[in-house]
Ligand binder design. Structure first.
Ligand code: ZN
Length: 207
Protein backbone atom coordinates (compact mmCIF):
# COMPACT_ATOMS: atom_id res chain seq x y z
CA UNK A 1 0.00 0.00 0.00
CA UNK A 2 1.03 3.63 -0.36
CA UNK A 3 2.17 5.62 2.67
CA UNK A 4 -0.14 8.11 4.40
CA UNK A 5 0.90 11.52 5.63
CA UNK A 6 0.13 15.10 6.46
CA UNK A 7 1.28 18.34 4.81
CA UNK A 8 0.66 21.84 6.13
CA UNK A 9 -0.11 23.05 2.61
CA UNK A 10 -1.83 20.03 1.04
CA UNK A 11 -3.56 18.43 4.05
CA UNK A 12 -3.79 14.69 4.58
CA UNK A 13 -2.55 12.67 1.63
CA UNK A 14 -1.87 9.18 0.29
CA UNK A 15 1.42 8.55 -1.54
CA UNK A 16 3.15 11.91 -2.06
CA UNK A 17 1.51 15.29 -1.59
CA UNK A 18 1.39 17.86 -4.38
CA UNK A 19 4.18 20.08 -3.00
CA UNK A 20 6.23 17.00 -2.06
CA UNK A 21 7.14 18.46 1.32
CA UNK A 22 4.51 16.64 3.41
CA UNK A 23 5.47 14.37 6.25
CA UNK A 24 4.81 10.62 6.09
CA UNK A 25 2.90 9.46 9.19
CA UNK A 26 2.83 5.75 8.39
CA UNK A 27 4.80 3.93 5.70
CA UNK A 28 3.09 1.67 3.18
CA UNK A 29 4.33 -1.62 4.60
CA UNK A 30 3.16 -0.84 8.12
CA UNK A 31 -0.12 0.56 6.83
CA UNK A 32 -0.78 -2.75 5.10
CA UNK A 33 0.03 -4.76 8.23
CA UNK A 34 -2.17 -2.60 10.46
CA UNK A 35 -5.05 -2.64 7.94
CA UNK A 36 -4.91 -6.43 7.71
CA UNK A 37 -4.84 -6.79 11.47
CA UNK A 38 -7.70 -4.32 11.93
CA UNK A 39 -9.76 -6.21 9.40
CA UNK A 40 -9.14 -9.52 11.19
CA UNK A 41 -9.84 -7.97 14.57
CA UNK A 42 -13.18 -6.45 13.57
CA UNK A 43 -14.34 -9.31 11.32
CA UNK A 44 -13.03 -12.51 12.78
CA UNK A 45 -11.39 -12.49 16.22
CA UNK A 46 -12.35 -9.51 18.43
CA UNK A 47 -12.56 -11.75 21.53
CA UNK A 48 -8.90 -12.72 21.17
CA UNK A 49 -8.02 -9.11 22.03
CA UNK A 50 -10.86 -8.46 24.48
CA UNK A 51 -12.64 -6.21 22.02
CA UNK A 52 -16.41 -6.39 22.28
CA UNK A 53 -18.64 -5.90 19.25
CA UNK A 54 -22.27 -4.85 19.58
CA UNK A 55 -24.91 -6.56 17.48
CA UNK A 56 -24.13 -4.38 14.45
CA UNK A 57 -20.41 -4.96 14.68
CA UNK A 58 -19.44 -1.68 16.38
CA UNK A 59 -16.51 -1.67 18.80
CA UNK A 60 -15.48 1.15 21.12
CA UNK A 61 -12.69 3.00 19.37
CA UNK A 62 -10.90 3.24 22.74
CA UNK A 63 -10.64 -0.55 23.03
CA UNK A 64 -9.38 -0.90 19.47
CA UNK A 65 -6.85 1.89 19.92
CA UNK A 66 -5.53 0.23 23.05
CA UNK A 67 -4.72 -2.90 21.03
CA UNK A 68 -3.27 -0.95 18.10
CA UNK A 69 -1.16 1.19 20.39
CA UNK A 70 0.33 -1.85 22.12
CA UNK A 71 1.00 -3.78 18.92
CA UNK A 72 1.95 -1.04 16.49
CA UNK A 73 2.29 2.25 18.38
CA UNK A 74 -0.63 3.64 16.36
CA UNK A 75 -2.55 6.68 17.63
CA UNK A 76 -6.06 7.91 16.87
CA UNK A 77 -4.91 10.24 14.14
CA UNK A 78 -3.29 7.45 12.15
CA UNK A 79 -6.21 5.08 12.71
CA UNK A 80 -8.55 7.70 11.25
CA UNK A 81 -6.25 8.10 8.26
CA UNK A 82 -6.15 4.35 7.68
CA UNK A 83 -9.94 4.23 7.76
CA UNK A 84 -10.41 7.30 5.58
CA UNK A 85 -8.02 6.16 2.83
CA UNK A 86 -8.85 2.46 2.86
CA UNK A 87 -9.11 1.60 -0.86
CA UNK A 88 -11.88 -0.93 -0.26
CA UNK A 89 -13.79 1.18 2.27
CA UNK A 90 -13.66 -1.70 4.73
CA UNK A 91 -14.08 0.34 7.90
CA UNK A 92 -16.29 3.02 9.35
CA UNK A 93 -15.90 5.36 12.35
CA UNK A 94 -18.93 7.01 13.96
CA UNK A 95 -19.63 8.39 17.46
CA UNK A 96 -16.45 7.04 19.09
CA UNK A 97 -17.09 3.62 17.56
CA UNK A 98 -15.48 1.68 14.75
CA UNK A 99 -16.60 -1.32 12.71
CA UNK A 100 -15.85 -3.35 9.60
CA UNK A 101 -18.61 -2.75 7.06
CA UNK A 102 -18.64 -6.27 5.62
CA UNK A 103 -16.71 -9.54 5.54
CA UNK A 104 -17.53 -10.81 9.03
CA UNK A 105 -17.31 -14.39 10.13
CA UNK A 106 -18.41 -13.46 13.67
CA UNK A 107 -22.17 -13.18 13.99
CA UNK A 108 -23.29 -9.56 13.62
CA UNK A 109 -26.38 -8.00 12.07
CA UNK A 110 -25.40 -6.90 8.60
CA UNK A 111 -28.84 -6.02 7.24
CA UNK A 112 -28.05 -2.31 6.97
CA UNK A 113 -27.29 -0.41 3.81
CA UNK A 114 -25.87 2.96 2.86
CA UNK A 115 -28.05 5.31 0.82
CA UNK A 116 -27.49 5.27 -2.91
CA UNK A 117 -28.45 3.72 -6.21
CA UNK A 118 -27.80 0.07 -6.86
CA UNK A 119 -25.98 -0.16 -10.22
CA UNK A 120 -27.69 -2.29 -12.91
CA UNK A 121 -24.76 -4.73 -12.97
CA UNK A 122 -22.52 -6.00 -10.17
CA UNK A 123 -19.53 -8.33 -10.42
CA UNK A 124 -18.06 -11.26 -8.53
CA UNK A 125 -14.54 -12.59 -9.13
CA UNK A 126 -13.81 -16.21 -8.31
CA UNK A 127 -11.59 -19.24 -8.96
CA UNK A 128 -12.35 -20.88 -12.36
CA UNK A 129 -12.96 -24.22 -10.66
CA UNK A 130 -16.00 -22.80 -8.83
CA UNK A 131 -17.88 -21.82 -11.97
CA UNK A 132 -19.71 -25.08 -12.70
CA UNK A 133 -21.17 -25.38 -9.23
CA UNK A 134 -22.06 -21.67 -9.06
CA UNK A 135 -23.94 -21.87 -12.37
CA UNK A 136 -25.82 -24.90 -11.07
CA UNK A 137 -26.45 -23.92 -7.45
CA UNK A 138 -26.03 -20.16 -7.40
CA UNK A 139 -23.63 -18.01 -5.44
CA UNK A 140 -23.57 -18.58 -1.69
CA UNK A 141 -21.49 -16.97 1.05
CA UNK A 142 -18.57 -19.29 1.76
CA UNK A 143 -16.85 -18.62 5.07
CA UNK A 144 -18.45 -15.19 5.39
CA UNK A 145 -22.01 -14.28 6.32
CA UNK A 146 -22.84 -12.53 3.04
CA UNK A 147 -22.09 -12.82 -0.68
CA UNK A 148 -19.82 -9.95 -1.75
CA UNK A 149 -20.32 -8.19 -5.06
CA UNK A 150 -18.04 -5.54 -6.57
CA UNK A 151 -19.07 -2.26 -8.13
CA UNK A 152 -16.72 -2.59 -11.10
CA UNK A 153 -15.35 -5.37 -13.26
CA UNK A 154 -11.80 -4.32 -12.31
CA UNK A 155 -12.52 -4.58 -8.57
CA UNK A 156 -13.94 -8.06 -9.08
CA UNK A 157 -10.79 -9.12 -10.97
CA UNK A 158 -8.70 -7.87 -8.07
CA UNK A 159 -10.77 -9.82 -5.54
CA UNK A 160 -10.62 -12.93 -7.74
CA UNK A 161 -6.83 -12.69 -7.96
CA UNK A 162 -6.64 -13.65 -4.31
CA UNK A 163 -7.79 -17.10 -5.39
CA UNK A 164 -6.38 -17.51 -8.91
CA UNK A 165 -4.06 -15.48 -11.19
CA UNK A 166 -6.70 -15.58 -13.94
CA UNK A 167 -9.99 -15.37 -12.10
CA UNK A 168 -13.39 -15.64 -13.71
CA UNK A 169 -15.81 -12.74 -13.25
CA UNK A 170 -19.54 -13.33 -12.94
CA UNK A 171 -21.81 -10.51 -14.06
CA UNK A 172 -24.95 -10.16 -11.95
CA UNK A 173 -28.16 -8.47 -13.10
CA UNK A 174 -29.25 -6.58 -9.99
CA UNK A 175 -32.79 -5.92 -11.17
CA UNK A 176 -33.32 -9.62 -11.65
CA UNK A 177 -31.82 -10.31 -8.21
CA UNK A 178 -34.21 -7.80 -6.59
CA UNK A 179 -37.10 -9.29 -8.54
CA UNK A 180 -36.19 -12.67 -7.08
CA UNK A 181 -36.79 -11.15 -3.67
CA UNK A 182 -33.18 -10.71 -2.54
CA UNK A 183 -32.03 -7.52 -0.86
CA UNK A 184 -28.85 -5.80 -2.03
CA UNK A 185 -26.96 -3.80 0.59
CA UNK A 186 -24.52 -1.03 -0.30
CA UNK A 187 -21.36 -0.92 1.82
CA UNK A 188 -19.14 1.60 0.10
CA UNK A 189 -17.86 0.13 -3.17
CA UNK A 190 -18.87 -3.34 -2.08
CA UNK A 191 -22.45 -4.63 -2.23
CA UNK A 192 -23.69 -7.62 -0.33
CA UNK A 193 -26.58 -10.03 -0.58
CA UNK A 194 -27.58 -13.36 0.94
CA UNK A 195 -27.63 -15.47 -2.21
CA UNK A 196 -27.51 -15.09 -6.00
CA UNK A 197 -29.58 -17.65 -7.93
CA UNK A 198 -28.07 -18.89 -11.23
CA UNK A 199 -30.78 -17.10 -13.25
CA UNK A 200 -29.40 -13.73 -12.11
CA UNK A 201 -25.92 -14.43 -13.46
CA UNK A 202 -26.02 -12.97 -16.96
CA UNK A 203 -22.40 -13.38 -18.05
CA UNK A 204 -19.24 -15.27 -17.17
CA UNK A 205 -16.02 -13.56 -18.24
CA UNK A 206 -12.61 -15.26 -18.27
CA UNK A 207 -9.60 -13.02 -17.57
ZN1 ZN B 1 2.33 19.22 0.38
Amino acid sequence: MKPLGFCERCGYFEGICRCKRGKILIDGEKRERVSKFLSGLLRHYPERFNVELDEYGWANIRDVLKVLRERYGIDRNILELIVRFDPKGRFEIKNEKIRAKYGHSVRVKFNWSEEGEIPPKLYHGTHPKNIDSILKEGLRPMKRLEVHLSESFEDAVEVGKRYHPNPVVLVIDTKSLLNHGFKIRKKGKVYTTDYVPPECIVDVVKT
